[in-house]
Design a protein around this ligand. Sequence first.
Ligand code: HEC
Ligand code: HEC
Ligand code: HEC
Ligand code: HEC
Length: 221
Amino acid sequence: MTMQGANAEVERDPLDDKDNRTLEKMWVSVFVLSGLALGAVYLAASRNHNHGQHLGYTGPDRCRECHGAQFASWAETRMAGSFDVLRAGAATKAKEVAGLDPDADYTHDEECLPCHTTGYGLVGGFVSIEATPHMAGVTCEACHGPGGRYAGTVMNAEDPTFATAEARAAGLIYPPTQPVCAGCHNDDSPFVGMGYQFDYTQRVKAGTHEHFQLKYDHRSE
Ligand code: HEC
Ligand code: HEC
Ligand code: HEC
Ligand code: HEC
């Protein structure tokens, strides 16, 4: 639209006059600048979109704002502390049995990080203990999916009766079933030997977090 305006101006008055040339330059830069601005807005929008759709980890503190009870219970579990076993001198017996060096520091070992942190290598996920300490260990989003698109949006305190299906469409994993656990509880782990059995029901009880009755029935449409 701006360009057409500029062209019309140019056609009426030939470019032999300095004022007009300045005017034309001005219009061109307005056009270019608005194009850039639009492009930037579009890019930002599509980035945000992708960010939430595939990735977008937010960290357990975001979940804690509305799920204090689950947070407090989860914080006591072994999975919450699962980063610390990578430190030198921690879990020495277990490491010896698995043939690892109990005095070695595994906290920057990319062989170990995918299962002992959350969202390793993904947007918003664990990068290093220095840069992203809040993503160390197996946190909420390792089991419930990255919260970037559901925490505080679909899932919110003002309208707490959302449908599970809607939250799932925004990335929520609920309930996290056996395949979610098998993403880490598998024989890529040096601590998982042959004949390893993972009893889902018993493990959920033993080590995820205490379960609290929800107020609303989210299964309805
Ligand atoms: C702004 C508040 C808020 C935030 C932040 C939030 N939630 Fe929720 N969440 C809710 C509400 C409200 C419910 C429904 C509670 C009820 O029914 O009693 C809910 C329900 C859930 C449920 C059950 C879903 C269902 O369909 O039954 C899960 C699982 C859950 N939240 C996990 C998380 C995780 C993980 C995070 C962080 C990534 C998170 N929530 C962040 C408000 C929030
Ligand atoms: C494929 C995922 C995966 C990888 C990779 C992985 N782990 Fe683990 N690790 C686990 C799981 C799951 C457990 C818990 C096993 C169980 O109890 O079922 C575990 C348990 C452990 C334990 C035992 C903790 C205790 O308290 O007894 C230590 C120590 C450990 N891992 C260190 C490491 C180190 C060091 C590396 C890298 C060399 C590593 N892990 C790589 C998934 C993994
Ligand atoms: C991101 C990787 C990951 C996912 C996903 C995961 N776990 Fe774990 N889990 C671990 C690691 C690592 C440990 C070892 C923690 C330690 O001992 O320090 C562990 C330990 C546990 C423990 C404690 C073991 C014990 O003997 O007390 C239980 C219970 C458990 N997981 C259950 C589950 C269940 C149930 C699921 C799925 C709903 C699940 N985990 C999903 C990585 C994971
Ligand atoms: C190791 C996997 C795992 C982790 C980590 C985990 N959860 Fe869960 N969560 C589950 C499972 C399994 C259920 C129960 C599903 C069912 O009822 O079948 C559940 C249920 C829930 C529910 C529904 C109500 C309830 O209490 O059962 C909420 C809300 C929830 N989790 C929030 C969180 C928050 C917040 C965190 C982090 C502070 C978290 N979860 C960490 C596995 C996990």
